[in-house]
Each structure stands twice: as C-alpha cells, then as structure tokens.
Design a protein. Structure first.
Length: 311
C-alpha cells in the first residue's frame, strides 16, 4: 500500500527570507559568503528552518535553525542533534556537523552532501545500501559513546504500551487486541542493549550519494538499546511499500538470530504508538503527520498480524 502523503513535500518550513536579519547574518558569517539561494528541505514533519544554502562564492551548506522562544520544542530537538552529532565517530555514515550556535536561536551548520532521498516505493539496491549503513552504525556505536548513554530504549518507550488502551477504544475491529497489548508490554526484554540507535530511520532521513552509499540524517532522538532496532524500524516502512521484509530479516546480520517474540514485541509497541498518535489533532505546521502515522501503524499491524497468524 502506498503512503497517502506527498513524499519529499510534507514539511511546512520557515524560509530563508523570513529568518530574522541577525540570524541570517550569523549564518552568512559561518558560511563565509553571502547567501544567494536557499532551497528548503521538503521532507519531514517539523516547521524548523532546514535548507540547502548556495553562497556567492559557489559553496553549498545545509543549515537548520529554530527560535528558542517561538519554536521551543524544535530548537530543543536541534540542540539534541548538535550534541549527538558532535559525539558520533567520524566514520559513522552521516553528514558532518561543522558548527552550531545556541542562543535565542539554535542553529546548526551541517556538511552539504550531493545526494538524494531514496525512491519510493523502495528499490532493492537502496534498501541494501541503507541496511549496510545501519550495520556500520551498529558496529561503530556499540558500546554507545559515553556522553550519549543517558537515553535508553527501555526508558524512552516506557509509556508506549499504555497506548493500546486508546487503540482498544478506537479500533475494536482489530483481532487479538489483548495479545497485542501484552506483546507491547513485554518490550523491555526485547529492546535492551548497549548500541546507540537512531530510531527514526525512514526515507526522509536517508540520503543516497551518487556512488550508492547511504547516509543517515537527523540524529535528534537516538537511544541506547538492542543493535537490531534500527533495522526493524526501517523494515516497517518497507513492509508498507510491499517489500518482502521477512526475507530481509532472515538474511541480514543484525536480525537473523533475533528471537521472533522480540521482533513481535517491537512491532506491537510501534503499532500501538502509531495507531494511537494518528487519532490526535492535526498540527497546523504538519498537515501530513497523522496520515503518515496511520500508514505506519497499519503497516506495523499488518506485519505483526501476518507473523502471528491473526488473519
């Protein structure tokens, strides 16, 4: 089933001309040349400034910015991204953080990479490249960097099992609701580990370079957990695109030996989170968010139901 959102055009972002003059001046000083063109990143679901800037000297830069007052939550996510990216080893396949500025605005200057988002539906070569990148990340980020061990998957997902109460009330047509809720409640034993995981691996957070190498972007909310989490998070979207994710599970190094109940616990956890979130009000700054979450929830549920025989 195709996702009911315009891929690459989901974000309503602050544009260059609407940044405050002192913020534009700050960015141009860091870039070393006046900005002559700005192309907003169309993917994602947040309204923060995120643009490829072309400067008078021909250089290109990727810059993010959010007001600490008017966009507090998004400024905090950029602050977290700066902290995380500066702590990642250089070999991690991700654009480099070149500079950051934290005052009334949180501003990040990231390496510009000649690349594009994966095509949808996903193509096999780009799937393999992204899975390869996740395996590289797992190798380099086990154990997690010392400064990034404060957020664990067990703690971060602790409130998610309770979301099945809302799903029970709104999706009574689904079979095996009690069993799904129980699976979600067993998540802690499944997700525990000492690997730093990205947790938001989907097409608009992946870049494919011309040489076919995949890079991971937007390291806003990583957690420490099992080394296979990101692989399954990616496969959730691939399942929605109709790919044979069971074949990938069985063939990839990080997932082929994971107990089936652990995979199912994560799928139940994610299905409850996405299906319940989809019923919340649509934020005016992200009109496609709830459709996106509903699609992911149904993809996770369909995969889980197939694995458990809940036809």
């Amino acid at each position: 089933m195709s996702a009911p959102i315009p891929h690459g055009r989901t974000a309503r972002r602050l544009e260059w001309r609407f940044l405050l003059p002192h913020v534009r001046d700050l960015i141009e000083r860091h870039c070393g040349s006046p900005v002559v063109d700005a192309a907003s990143a169309g993917g994602g679901f947040t309204p923060g400034f995120a643009s490829v800037l072309t400067c008078e000297d021909g250089s290109r830069h990727f810059v993010k910015a959010a007001s600490g007052k008017a966009q507090r939550l998004f400024a905090e996510s950029y602050r977290r991204e700066a902290l995380v990216r500066s702590a990642l080893p250089d070999a991690v396949p991700a654009p480099a953080l070149l500079w950051s500025h934290d005052s009334d605005w949180m501003v990040l200057g990231l390496e510009y990479v000649e690349a594009r988002a994966p095509r949808r539906p996903w193509r096999s070569d780009e799937v393999d490249a992204t899975l390869d990148a996740l395996e590289t990340c797992a190798e380099l980020l086990t154990p997690a960097p010392e400064t990034l061990r404060d957020e664990t998957a067990v703690d971060e997902f602790a409130s998610w099992p309770a979301r099945w109460e809302r799903v029970r009330a709104t999706r009574q047509d689904l079979p095996h609701l009690d069993e799904a809720a129980a699976l979600a409640g067993s998540y802690a034993a499944a997700v525990v580990g000492d690997t730093l995981s990205h947790t938001d691996v989907r097409d608009d957070n992946v870049l494919i370079r011309p040489d076919g190498v995949a890079l991971l972007c937007d390291w806003n909310w990583p957690v420490v957990g099992a080394d296979w989490l990101d692989t399954v998070f990616l496969l959730m979207g691939l399942r929605g695109d109709g790919l044979d994710v069971e074949k990938l599970l069985a063939s990839r190094r990080l997932t082929r030996d994971v107990p089936a109940d652990h995979i199912d616990a994560l799928l139940a956890l994610a299905a409850g989170y996405f299906l319940s979130s989809a019923d919340e009000p649509v934020p005016p700054t992200s009109p496609h968010l709830r459709d996106h979450q509903r699609w992911y929830g149904e993809a996770c549920w369909g995969w889980l139901a197939e694995r458990r025989g809940w036809v």
